[in-house]
Design a protein around this ligand. Structure first.
Ligand SMILES: [Mg+2]
Length: 165
């Protein structure tokens, strides 16, 4: 499959993952007591730990309840905001990261402003149409994998292939 970009991914310092629909398939399980659970891909756990040795990695979710527990399990800081770009801008200022040196991976309209304003972006292959269009417009990567299928592995492959020395 031919990638629709020529842009090299090299100066990335911060990697921000949306969680639902990216690290999960976006689905929910409801048990008889009405409790909600979600499924995460086991392979992402190792991949996220590998990735966080090289880059600052954070989760930025619109719904922290279960995702916060996943973040704690994997050892990734997890933040919650319904205005993700506003949060990210402040986070970058406070932690001395440039938006241009940031890779954002998201799947839904709530992620559009971040995708538009950071230097590098990706989305799963089953992201919403508008998101895929924006990622293509920004010369980012529409991943081959769907959300929840272990996309972090593919992110690492791309970063390894496209990091310039
Ligand atoms: Mg999402």
């Amino acid at each position: 499959m031919k990638r629709k970009t020529n842009k090299k991914i090299s100066p990335i310092k911060l990697i921000v993952f949306d969680v639902d629909g990216v690290l999960t398939d976006g689905g929910y399980y409801f048990n008889e007591e009405g409790k909600v659970t979600k499924k995460y891909c086991g392979r992402d756990i190792d991949s996220l730990r590998t990735l966080s040795k090289e880059f600052k990695v954070i989760f930025l979710t619109g719904s922290k309840k279960i995702n916060q527990s996943f973040g704690a399990y994997v050892g990734i800081e997890t933040y919650n905001s319904d205005n993700k770009f506003k949060f990210l801008k402040k986070y970058c200022q406070e932690n001395k990261f440039g938006l241009q040196d940031t890779l954002f991976i998201g799947d839904a309209p709530i992620d559009l402003e971040c995708i538009d304003r950071v230097g590098y972006c990706m989305c799963p292959s089953d992201a919403e149409r508008k998101v895929k269009d924006k990622v293509i417009e920004k010369k980012g990567f529409v991943l081959i994998k769907k959300g929840g299928e272990g996309i972090v592995e593919e992110v690492i492959e791309l970063l390894t292939s496209y990091i310039s020395n």
